[in-house]
Design a protein around this ligand. Structure first.
Ligand code: HEM
Length: 502
């Protein structure tokens, strides 16, 4: 009797969901929606996404091979369009750019990013436009990226020293850990104590950003936010984030008062806040807005470059001939004079191709950041109603045999003599997205990768531990919005006798 009593609210909850969805389906019948797998009541296509225990970008690629490059899914109650061809991506990200420039209101944006006040999750509108303006004119200019050069050189030098001492003792290093530490130090311009806390925080943040929480899949049922425990988790995370960010802001204000002239990204945002407040401008940034943007820069900035470097090294270890070719280019070019700094890397053609090929085969944000349609529109003859969530499967496109020969093979040479780039104009290669919401941090991201990769290849030869062969190295990916290696990369560095520099 008691059991039946508890079942009643659950049954009525499921029944109301079922009827709500019937209503929605009726509404959608007047549209010519793109094809997609059959949907179940309440969960829609969630079971197909979860099937086979694959990361979403791989599972969605499989489904797109059956249902086509413009595919309609319902994830929980969220109508979702999955784009898996360069032509369709161009329609969405270029031809209908404004209509798809909005982001869905994920709970993580509401709570952790102080009511969507970061750049990446803020809705398309005046606030976002102002932030992008600061990003384009102040935060990520070529000049600014160059001004952080000494930080990168200093941190890479320490990183290489620690690898050299591991090499001297012949020990196995956890390269993933070391690379994460390096990117954290470069991006946050600080070292040490916060790193472990940030690592745990970042992993929770990336889970939340995936948008696959119950609260984000059933946004109309507000009760789920608390019932699923997701709201509580995010509220705890924001305390943790404040614990990390408040001292950083205070430290920057203090240093400025002491007359520190050099500016980092936090200083730029604080200066902007001060200038706009004193000039009584209609747009200004609150301290919470600034914290949101800093959190985003720390997370987007470190995780993406770190994961790309992790994949680059993994691919090079699995493809010794490519590794040798990249090392030969560096060692030949720098000979005895050594790598003296970042500017000396500009001539290295093959190194750049290695990075490009890594971004192709391992786009670390494989489904880009989800968009949301503002108004109803048509893509290739299909209706896309307003408020449809859009996922662009950059991974599926970058591994589509229609555009790429032997797409699963790591072959930097494929770009030799090719004009294809990742700057958002070639839709078969869009690891940074494209259009208005494209990544504004490309130059910084690439700068953060080039020097560490060059130094790792120039200064060391690399061996896998315990007699592992190149093909034994696993390339497993976890389930998530960004894709780092599932298992950490453990390797043995061997000092290259005649290397010099940094
Ligand atoms: C390997 C490095 C990186 C990769 C692969 C990458 C990838 C991406 C992707 C795919 C998007 C979504 C684009 C879209 O929706 O079309 C994005 C957005 C964004 N990225 Fe990056 N990113 C990288 C580095 C960085 C860095 C270093 C920063 C800043 C420090 C950064 C800041 C941002 C921001 C703020 C957005 C949101 C843009 C908006 O919504 O207007 N990214 N990034």
């Amino acid at each position: 009797m008691e059991a039946t009593f508890w079942l009643l609210p659950i049954i009525s909850f499921l029944a109301s969901l079922f009827f709500m969805q019937k209503l929605l389906m009726k509404k959608s019948q007047k549209f010519q929606l793109p094809p997609g797998p059959p949907k179940l009541p309440v969960i829609g296509n969630l079971h197909q996404l979860a099937a086979k225990n694959m990361p979403p970008h791989r599972r969605l690629r499989e489904l797109a091979r059956v249902y086509g490059p413009i595919m309609h899914l319902r994830l929980g109650e969220v109508p979702t369009l999955v784009i898996s061809s360069a032509e369709a991506a161009k329609e969405v990200l270029k031809n209908h750019d404004i209509n798809f420039a909005n982001r869905p209101k994920l709970m993580v944006g509401k709570i952790l990013y102080y009511n969507f006040s970061d750049i990446g999750l803020s809705p398309y509108g005046e606030y976002w436009r102002q932030l992008r303006k600061i990003a384009a004119l102040e935060l990520f200019t070529v000049k600014r990226v160059q001004s952080f050069r000494h930080i990168r050189e200093e941190e890479v030098s320490k990183f290489i020293k620690s690898l050299a001492s591991a090499a001297a003792s012949g020990s196995v290093v956890n390269l993933s850990d070391k690379l994460f530490g390096l990117l954290f130090n470069i991006t946050s311009s600080r070292e040490g104590e916060d790193q472990d806390a940030f690592r745990v925080f970042l992993s929770n943040l990336l889970d939340a950003l995936a948008g696959f929480s119950m609260a984000d899949l059933y946004p109309s049922i507000k009760l789920l936010e608390s019932l699923s425990g997701f709201r509580k988790k995010l509220q705890e995370m924001i305390k943790e984030s404040d614990r990390m960010l408040d001292p950083i802001i205070e430290e920057h204000i203090f240093n400025k008062r002491q007359g520190k002239a050099e500016e980092d990204l936090v200083d730029v945002l604080l200066r902007f806040q001060k200038e706009n407040e004193s000039a009584n401008m209609s747009f200004s940034l609150t301290t919470n807005n600034i914290k949101s943007v800093i959190l985003e820069i720390f997370s987007a900035g470190s995780e993406t470059s770190f994961s790309t470097l992790e994949w680059a090294m993994s691919e090079l270890l699995r493809n010794p001939k490519v590794m040798e070719k990249a090392q030969a280019e560096l060692r030949d070019f720098f000979k005895e004079k050594g790598i003296t700094g970042e500017s000396s890397l500009n001539e290295l053609k093959y190194l750049k191709l290695v990075i490009k090929e890594t971004l192709r085969l391992h786009p670390v944000v494989p489904l880009l950041v989800p968009r949301e349609s503002i108004e109803h529109c048509q893509i290739h003859g299909y209706d896309v109603p307003s408020k449809t969530r859009i996922m662009v499967n950059a991974f599926a496109i970058a591994t589509d045999p229609q555009y790429w020969e032997e797409p699963e093979v790591f072959k930097p040479e494929r770009f030799e003599g090719s004009s294809i780039d990742y700057k958002g104009n070639n839709f078969e290669l869009i690891p940074f997205g494209s259009g208005r919401r494209m990544c504004p941090g490309i130059a910084l991201g690439v700068a953060n990768m080039e020097l560490p990769l060059a130094m790792m290849l120039y200064r060391f030869d690399w061996k896998l531990p315990a007699g592992m062969k190149p093909n034994d190295l696993d390339m497993d990916e976890p389930f998530g919005v960004t894709v780092r290696r599932k298992n950490t990369l453990r390797v043995i560095p061997i000092s290259y006798a005649s290397s010099f520099g940094i």
